[in-house]
Ligand binder design. Structure first.
Ligand code: NAD
Ligand code: HSO
Ligand code: ZN
Length: 431
């Protein structure tokens, strides 16, 4: 099911490059399909969304927006254990994200100059919550809680309808718990385009955030500029670095926890132990049998899975920083030492007792994370994703008089005489 490769300084880099080339080919086909969908929604609005919903999701709901009573009823009817689990997770997620708050500041100087920075929440954001092959109430919490902490004016959520055209009740219950303002039943690229352009039913938003499959991630990438986006958060990825102390039962289980998301998900194990590599490959075969999404897992591991036997720890670290994975687990004798060594990663999971699903559901850090190597420059979703900053300043006549010479010199140097003039007219006795 999964190839094992021995690192020799060349083979492993070629393999990582080939993984990239293959996903590049997928990207090109998907980009063409998504461009067509975006154009149709821009031109024909709700009608186009309706057609694509029928094509990709089954039945289209009569009205896209879910009414408030249905959202509240979903929470009332939800199993108490499920609601309590969401509330416990929410407490941890809120505690973690409250640490990320940014403050406005105002700086008053002795010469009367005042300057500062105002930080405020965006006016209206769109949350994408996936719902194709699985429903993700946890993603409702991960998207909505930081948005609320940031003070976003209006939180609009889109999520695909179920096959019969209705809303998934767990998603609605999560929306009620988290405090989403409006919910629309539409998914994929068509929903992202509807949020970006606005339609008769859907209000145009300032920023679209949230994870999704390759169609969703591609639509966000193509629409960036028409609307702001958080990052490219596409099909899930896990990279594990393991030494001889790691338990192959855990390694296999954790690799499959991400492989089950999508046939395009990627699970890679780097290990300095030949024994761990062989036993993990065997464990994957053994454990997959009893998992409900075995079909997706097998395909994902065959196409985008790999075990690389590395010659030393430094080689594992170099490969990890090159791959820039969404999630990385460290299963070595010294996990905490990796915190400062892995620069390109969405989220690190340290030690045997911090499996990736702990972060997906419960611990507090966000599970909306950059994929496809974009952890080189993107960060996890957080409160800052929903904020805008602007600055302000106030000078007295005396303070401006003191600053006039360097300003005029710099303006002259740039050949921008109107800039210099704006200073000079205020001090005609000097210039
Ligand atoms: N990176 C992250 O932070 C993160 C977090 C959670 C989930 N995920 C990922 O989210 C994804 C969820 O995927 P999903 O499919 O279950 O739900 P989804 O909601 O992302 O996608 C479903 C939509 O895809 C569209 N679609 C399906 N087939 C299509 C086709 N052939 N052409 C055009 N559009 C098509 C449909 O419109 C459908 O509504 C997985 O890839 C998972 O790994 C990522
Ligand atoms: N692992 C996903 C991010 O790649 C998040 C998630 C939600 N539910 C389960 N998992
Ligand atoms: Zn997951």
């Amino acid at each position: 099911m999964i190839p094992i490769v021995r690192a020799d300084g060349a083979a492993e880099w070629e393999l990582l490059a080939s993984l990239r080339r293959r996903s590049g080919e997928v990207d090109r086909k998907v980009t063409a399909a998504v461009t067509e969908i975006i154009d149709a929604v821009r031109e024909r609005g709700d009608d186009a969304v309706r057609e694509y919903t029928v094509k990709f999701d089954g039945r289209c709901p009569e009205t896209f927006e879910v009414n408030r009573d249905e959202i509240n009823d979903a929470l009332t009817l939800a199993e108490p254990e499920f609601v309590n689990a969401m509330l416990s997770a929410m407490e941890n997620i809120a505690a973690f994200h409250n640490r990320q708050k940014q403050q406005s500041f105002i700086d008053t100087q002795e010469n009367g100059v005042i300057m500062g920075q105002r930080v405020r929440g965006l006016s209206r954001v769109g949350l994408y919550v996936p719902g194709g092959t699985a429903a993700y109430p946890s993603s409702v919490l991960m998207n909505c809680i930081p948005a609320r902490i940031a003070g976003v004016g209006e939180i609009v959520m889109v999520t695909p309808p179920q096959k019969d055209g209705t809303a998934n009740p767990d998603i609605l219950a999560a929306a009620a718990v988290a405090g989403v303002d409006r919910v629309f039943l539409m998914g994929g690229a068509q929903a992202v385009a509807a949020l970006a352009y606005g339609t008769d039913s859907v209000p145009r938003v300032d920023k679209i955030v949230g994870p999704g499959n390759i169609y969703v991630a591609t639509a966000k990438r193509l629409l960036y500029g028409t609307v702001d986006i958080d990052m490219i958060a596409g099909p899930s990825e896990i990279l594990i670095a393991a030494d001889d102390t790691a338990n192959p039962v855990y390694l296999a289980a954790d690799m499959m926890s991400q492989a089950e998301h999508d046939v395009l998900a990627s699970s890679v194990l780097l290990t300095t132990s030949e024994r761990v590599a062989e036993e993990t490959a065997a464990e994957l075969e053994r454990q997959v049998e009893r998992l409900s999404r075995a079909g997706i897992i097998r395909k994902s591991l065959a196409d985008y899975g790999m075990i690389i036997v590395c010659r030393c720890e430094a080689e594992m670290i170099a490969l990890a920083n090159e791959l820039a994975p969404e999630h990385m687990e460290i299963m070595t004798a010294n996990p905490l030492e990796y915190i400062g060594k892995i620069d390109n990663v969405g989220s690190l999971f340290l030690g045997q007792h911090s499996p990736e699903p702990l972060g997906d559901y419960f611990a507090g850090p966000n599970h909306v994370l950059p994929t496809s190597g974009t952890a080189r420059f993107f960060s996890p979703l957080g409160v800052d994703s929903f904020l805008k900053r602007s600055s302000f300043l106030y000078y007295t006549r005396e303070a401006l008089a003191e600053a006039q010479v360097p300003i005029v010199r710099l303006a002259d140097r740039e050949g921008l005489t109107a800039h210099a003039n704006s200073i000079k007219v205020r001090f005609p006795d000097v210039w």
